[in-house]
Write a protein that binds this ligand. Structure first.
Ligand SMILES: NC(=O)c1ccc[n+]([C@@H]2O[C@H](COP(=O)([O-])OP(=O)(O)OC[C@H]3O[C@@H](n4cnc5c(N)ncnc54)[C@H](O)[C@@H]3O)[C@@H](O)[C@H]2O)c1
Length: 260
């Protein structure tokens, strides 16, 4: 008896920001579901990125390759998209996960932020996300069932003291999602956001106190710490073939901390 093929077999996914805990978790989930993944992160993370993709490929059944790519660099982004086409023949889904988060450098009152802080965060989190969408969209259109999943954040609903520029950037990602959904729907491409709550990962622990994490955990309808694995199902559904009539939406995944 043969088992049903995975919805991700023969699907190619471009995943950015694989170097963080959450990106690495998406990579494992996708490869284990049979997807071929072009996984990217900043130039300089090449060795770590190749180790991640090689370990993920070993667990199969999908295969992953690593491409160094700064998402604000148009040529680098094009190289990542070309790798998807060259290695796997087509590009079906994009998970825009890369962002300035861990490297925010701590909480700062908005009156202490410099213009350069805003420019960097908006450039990477918003312009970089757009660059990836721009390069991928024509290839997604070829399949007629392209999927784009932009990782936003629940902080854009409630705000978060100390991160005004980051919060604004994630609100912009939601707006970009809705506009891209309107423009690309004609090609059968869906564009949605996933908004995670506070994930108990290395990045969050660098930026927040233990007490802050504990308060977030107990304020949820499901009162526990959130882990990267909690995001995988939602991201994979929106990146996969069965969500084809859902577009322009933001799916909050936070154990019921924020209802919107
Ligand atoms: N951790 C959380 O609690 C949380 C909550 C809500 C949303 N998010 C979002 O989830 C995503 C992953 O978060 P994380 O905790 O793994 O963060 P992280 O900072 O650890 O990982 C982000 C990754 O993006 C990469 N990156 C940064 N700038 C880049 C650029 N210019 N080009 C290419 N890659 C770049 C980094 O090198 C890093 O590997 C981010 O979009 C983040 O904003 C995280």
């Amino acid at each position: 008896m043969t088992s049903d093929p995975s919805p991700f077999s023969d699907r190619t996914v471009l995943l950015t920001g694989v170097g963080g805990d959450i990106g690495a978790t998406y990579l494992s989930g996708l490869v284990q579901a049979g997807a071929n993944v072009v996984a990217t992160d900043l130039p300089g993370l090449g060795e770590a990125g190749r180790a991640l993709t090689s370990a993920a490929s070993d667990t199969g059944p999908g295969r992953a390759v690593f491409v160094e790519c700064d998402i604000t660099d148009e040529k680098g982004v094009r190289r990542a998209v070309d790798t998807a086409i060259g290695e796997f023949g087509h590009l079906d889904s994009v998970v825009n996960n890369a962002a300035i988060y861990r490297t925010l450098g701590g909480k700062r009152p908005l009156v202490e932020l410099a213009e350069a802080d805003w420019e960097l965060v908006l450039r990477v989190n918003v312009v970089g996300t757009w660059q990836v969408i721009k390069a991928a969209a024509p290839h997604l259109a070829v399949t007629g069932q392209g999927r784009i999943v932009n990782i936003a954040s629940v902080v854009s609903r409630n705000g978060a003291p100390g991160f005004a520029h980051y919060v604004a950037s994630k609100a912009a990602v939601e707006g970009l999602t809705r506009s891209a959904a309107r423009e690309l729907g004609v090609d059968g491409t869906t564009v949605n956001s996933v908004s995670p709550g506070l994930v108990d990962d290395a990045a969050t622990r660098e930026l927040n106190s233990e007490e802050y994490l504990r308060t977030a955990a107990i304020s949820r309808a499901i009162p526990r710490a959130m882990v990267p694995d909690d995001l995988v199902g939602a991201v994979m559904w929106l990146a996969g073939p069965t969500s084809g009539f859902v577009t322009g939406q933001t799916l909050i995944v936070d154990g019921g901390g924020v209802f919107a």
